[in-house]
Design a protein around this ligand. Sequence first.
Ligand code: ADP
Ligand code: MG
Length: 626
Amino acid sequence: MNSRIPGRPISTPSPLVGSSLDEGAFSERGLLERNSGSVMLRSSMPTPPKSKHEGEIEKVKVYARIRPALRDDETPGALVWSEDDGQLTIFRPEAPVPQSDFVFDKVLGPGASQADVYAAAVSDVVADVLRGYNGTILAYGQTGAGKTYTLGNTAPDAIGMIPRAAAELFSAAARDALHMYRITMSYIQIYMEMIQDLLNPAADNLPIREDAGGVFVAGACEVQVTSLEECLHYLELGEQNRVFAFTHLNAHSSRSHAVVMLTAVKSRKYLNNEERAQAEAPDQDGVVTQRVTVGKLYMVDLAGSERLKKSKSVGLRATEARSINLSLTMLGMCISARAQDSPHVPFRDSKLTRLLQESLGGNAKTSLILCLSDVRQHADESLQSLQFGARASRVCNKPVVNERLQMRQLTAELLAALEEGNERTNGLEQALSQTKEERDALQAALARERARTAAIVDALRAEAQAKDEQAAAKLAEQAELLSEHVQQLGQVQQQQGQLELEVAKLRAEQHVREEFHRKEVAELQQRLAELHAAAAAERRAMEAEARSQHARLTAAAQQQTAALSSQLAQERAAAREHAASIHLALTRLQRALGELVSMPPSVEDGGGGSSGGGNASGSHARSYAE
Ligand code: ADP
Ligand code: MG
């Protein structure tokens, strides 16, 4: 391909220079290759992978991202979804399908921000890459559905997944005090079954190879990046080369698959020189062996999945479309074969599937982002994307940590290669500085790019800062709440103390009162006993008094009775005497009467009367005598 490199020249850092990390620890035997006149890094390591961790089966995660309607002629309403449970239904009233309901790991609607998409679909994969796993992020969907926006957007207000993932790799590496990281980057595209290196456009038909370390693009430039800014620079450079290549061919970027690969090689930091010397001691062959973990992150912006018939392509477009269709069709077939656990998966039938072999049912954690639009006119394409996603969600991977024994042998050959590479870089730089205008143009482009990069970095930093501030505010709120609680607890404890004091006081008072009452009761009881005793004594005295009075009264009564009796006897005697006197008188009277009776009657009536009268006087005298 007749191409030149716009922007900054590719300065391909060798693994032994220009790194803030300990480059020596990362250089490997067989890592350097000569390729088209410059030193190239191979993306794979020659030593066999050694896994400490048994891989666990893990499903390919599928996320549906629905972009907002962008133009007036787009009629929304093709999709109905629920973000919480990942359900999504497609409506095609003109051609209903039996299976129109789908369930994915998450649905991200038009309101979802890039940060939301990152948190849902990418963040965990990046964390795993730092732990030594392979990770893949795929964006699938028809042209215009938002794949490039989602992955590669660099507008500061909507930064895509690739810059975010790079930023996270660098910030996580900076946070990890126990390890050192070497982060490298490759950027390729597959266009009409040819692999082009977007960091070195001269390499425009690279082969895919496989060794014990996995599948790799042989000869693809792998640049070491030590900062987010540097990474953004290479992304920008690759993007410019992509545009240039397509302009040159009168083609369009939606016709190719673009793959950004970030590799994080992690090794232990040594606490002191002694520890380092021990770990890096060469064996008898002079070879230094070191354990490292290697995590590779593939981020793939797939070509548009629209159908050839619909795009009405002819000529080159038709060839393009056929090759895109071929690789996407093969991708679909491989996914179907994997999902059905088929013994044969046709990975080798296209470059794309060959490259993604590990990501689809192999050693990788994979997130597929289905880019969709809720537009009725695109319902067919959306349905096709949804069906693709549904098949992919049945694919299972078995990721393992890529732990390798890394060997280092600084041979003269290696150093010579390095020297040669440096010389070539210098030559390139000299050639570039030949014309002043060209250099000025380059500098201006560089300044523009720097400004752009700085804007992205600033935006990401601002986002991170906002997140930190939010977290700090939340922490402060929690701390305030905690201090409030502590204060409240203190108050409660104080109140409790006071209450306890009061209770103690009340108890003491109660005790005193009880004592007092007890004494009072004792006194009262004593007094009562005394009173009882006094009452008893009084009662006894009264009883004695009563008895003596009774005796006195009895004696008086007896006296009186005796007096009365004697009086009665006297009176009886007097009465008897009187009766006797009366009797005597009567007797005298009777005698007188008898004498009278014996004398002759002188008066007649006196005769009769005297006999009667004699009787009467006689009975009268008897009754008196009686
Ligand atoms: P693709 O790469 O799938 O062909 P693009 O990413 O180029 O699609 O997106 C097409 C258009 O839609 C672009 O103008 C892009 O800015 C816009 N777009 C895509 N997704 C979104 C989104 N979530 N929010 C706002 N605009 C979007
Ligand atoms: Mg695109």
